[in-house]
Write a protein that binds this ligand. Sequence first.
Ligand code: PLP
Length: 459
Amino acid sequence: MSAEDFRRRAHQVVDWVADYMGEVENLPIIPEVKPGDIMRLLADHAPENAEPFDEIFADLDRVVKPGLTGWQHPGWFAFFPGNISGPAILAEMAASGLGQQGMLWSTSPVSTEIEMRVLDWLVELMGLPATWMMAGPGGGVIQTTASDSTHTALVVGRHLKSDVATLDSVVAYTSSQSHSSIEKGAKVAGYRHIRTVEVDASHAMVPERLEAAIAADLADGLVPAFVCSTVGTTGTTAIDPVEAIGKISRRHRMWHHVDAAFAGSAMICPEFRQYQPGLELVDSYVFNPHKWLLTNVDCSVLYVADRAPLLATMSILPPYLRGAAAGSSVVVDYRDWHVALGRRFRSLKLWWVLRAYGAEGLRSMIREHVRLAQEFSKRVDDHPSLELVAPVPFSLVCFRHVDGDDATTRLAKAINDSGHSYVTPSVLDGRPFIRVSIGQTRTNATHVDRLWDLIAGSV
Ligand code: PLP
């Protein structure tokens, strides 16, 4: 494809995407396809000869559009949001056009230094400890997902115990409400002992239960190595007591990781920081701008309070990666900050998002989502047939039908059959409930009202 052909085709693709943005609200929120339908539209074998680009492009309508799930639909109340934005899409386009491979500073000084600076900006914007900035002992790195970030932290926690413990004896702790990525990461990191600590009525980890689990493991000759606090659990956005868990982790010399994958974005608003006191007792912290901060997937930010243990765990310096600056403390070689070697120019989209919206623009989006959720939760609370099953600190409302599990399941089905709104049914303490996650970029009061009218008319 020549540069001139590329220019023409790029305009065509951008027009198609802009049209999709305009019409997404009128498309089915859940694609009307059955398993295998899309495969049947694809050729059985890769083409031997080049196909005309017009045919390739036409398949956006024929093959791709019918199989799209409505993550960008304003009636998307499922899971957590996976938001995109114009500036982030354009930055992704520019980044792929530049084809940078930023494994070392020397292989892409620009992607490295924009990442360093933008993650420093976020430390300030989110009120995180200043020592987490690049000028301090800590620092930030963009990873693919929160699962990868947490896995990285688990590996560091394990590594720090390698002088005193074998894989047979290290233990990782997390709450029974934490995301499955903690357990998965621990398994991948080789932990044989993973404890899920009990939670209280608000679904937050009980520090005394953590302390008791640690005492039992120590008595058995095991070595506590890692604990994860969650700020905003996936099920109900419960908040673990970070400070109390931090004190316990310090007493037992464990790595303390915070998973704020969804709720971390809210910390750009000072009023939400009350939910995570004690960050000075935290070793690593992950949050996903690709959930609630208008930055296309993938973009997960991992901070460490001290980068020395991370680098000691992840650095390998074979001769072919030894550049002039590699291995020096003057530059950052991000391949030493995670498992992957190769890395995309992800910082460009975060930089553009922060500049295009400004901190105030992002704060007002978060506050509006939280306001809509608070109003919605009040309606639920006031309704005689519905009950909240968890507090609503951010923008996730969890509730069930008072008539029992079947009624709750029927209500979730009615919502998801509506075609205009989509929620995730889940289970808490063995009982079904409905999660309404308000955070899609295009969601406004009209969409929340439409969902509420459907619920009120169905119960
Ligand atoms: N942690 C929490 C609290 C989550 O809610 C999620 C996903 O929703 C994850 C981790 C996993 O995120 P990722 O898909 O970036 O691995």
